[in-house]
Ligand binder design. Structure first.
Ligand code: NDP
Length: 335
């Protein structure tokens, strides 16, 4: 077992608030305390909106100070006596809190997946940022609404982290993806990923364009991560018996829904959370298996648009919160 230093660098906040509450701090490293503990030496961690929701206090943080980060890749450096499914030296990726740290303690029941031996740095980067948004896209196109060939599917923030994966996976199923984004550069990216139609919501009337594209019918499902400003447009764009998958709040929380608004077109409304679809070991193995295969085969591409050192997490989240980024932002953990 490798020795774990007594202290480590992490990105944390002590009180909720704006970007200036973020700190790179030295705190005690985790140590094996229970027989099923696993300690990971992190390499690359993914930046997600949930980090900013927690920092702002939009989602409650379970403790203060709070170490940020929700997913990472790395190497197992220590295990408790009863761990049998992982060994020291295994390359892994995981979804769990406290990933913006040099070391993270998990257990043998955590959302952890073994990766191949001998990974390149680029592969560690991809796996460090692929799980959260990859599993979100994969489970939401399978379970929230089962996307089928020839379905019209509307995707907001389509060049973003989750959106760019939704576009690829839905297109590969044969769906006709209508991608929405704020700039022509972002929309051009979505075309490369497989979108058949694009709409710039800053300059075009989305609901009218959707009607035109779908011959007046509307889309079978909408994937809406933008929230507050997109809600009404999404509802208007759906076909009769369409499915509204509302899964994020990039522009702010969706105001309380008057459910009778769903009756006009018999809309199915779902507000899913990715971890709710990969809760059991069987679900986790099933979906991580599909996702890792798609990444390994090259069928699914993770568009990493920037890599920031841990000490610059505040710049990374500022960029994500600005709404100007495409693809995935990654944090490089100091080794
Ligand atoms: P993205 O990479 O998609 O970035 C957000 C995008 O949203 C921006 O690039 C921008 O794209 C668009 N946007 C529109 N309005 C705003 C605004 N006011 N401020 C910022 N961005 C805006 O982010 P993610 O893929 O990481 O996450 C998207 C959402 O999905 C988040 O709310 C996140 O919490 C949620 N999510 C939910 C999950 C779940 O389990 N329910 C799992 C994963 C993510 P454009 O310029 O094209 O409009």
């Amino acid at each position: 077992m490798s020795a774990i230093p007594k202290t480590q660098l992490v990105s944390l906040f002590e009180t909720t608030g704006s970007l200036d509450v973020l700190k790179t701090a030295k705190i005690a490293s985790p140590q094996i305390a229970a027989a099923n503990d696993i300690i990971i030496k992190n390499k690359y961690a993914g930046v997600n909106f949930i980090d900013s929701y927690l920092r702002k206090g939009l989602y409650p943080s379970p403790e203060l100070p709070f170490t940020l980060g929700q997913e990472s890749s790395g190497v197992v450096v220590a295990i408790g006596d009863e761990v049998t499914n992982f060994k020291v030296g295994d390359n892994v990726a995981y979804i769990a809190p406290k990933a913006f740290a040099q070391y993270t303690k998990l257990t043998d029941k955590s959302k952890l997946v073994k990766l191949d031996d001998n990974l390149s740095e680029d592969e560690f980067k991809i796996y460090g940022g692929a799980l959260l948004q990859g599993l979100t896209a994969l489970t939401f196109i399978s379970e929230s609404y089962n996307v089928k060939k020839d379905d019209f599917i509307l995707v907001w923030a389509a060049s973003g982290g989750t959106g760019s994966i939704l576009v690829q996976l839905a297109s590969q199923r044969g769906a006709k993806v209508i991608a929405i984004a704020s700039t022509s550069e972002k929309l051009a990216k979505t075309k490369e990923l497989g979108a058949q139609f694009t709409i710039n919501y800053k300059t075009e009337d989305v609901a009218a364009r959707v009607k035109e594209i779908t011959n007046g019918q509307g889309v079978a499902a909408v994937y809406d991560s933008v929230g507050k400003v997109s809600f009404d447009i999404s509802l208007e764009s759906l076909t009769r018996k369409g499915t509204f998958v509302s899964f994020g709040n990039a522009s702010g929380m969706v105001p309380p829904l008057v459910i009778t608004r769903l009756s006009a077109k018999n809309i199915v409304f779902v507000r899913p959370r990715v971890l709710g679809y990969v809760e059991t070991p069987q679900e986790w193995d099933h979906y991580t298996g599909i996702l890792l295969n798609a990444l390994q085969s090259g069928d699914l591409k993770l568009d990493i648009s920037a890599v920031y050192p841990l000490s610059e997490f505040s710049k990374a989240t500022e960029a994500l919160e600005s709404g100007k980024t495409s693809g995935k932002l990654i944090i490089e953990i100091p080794q």
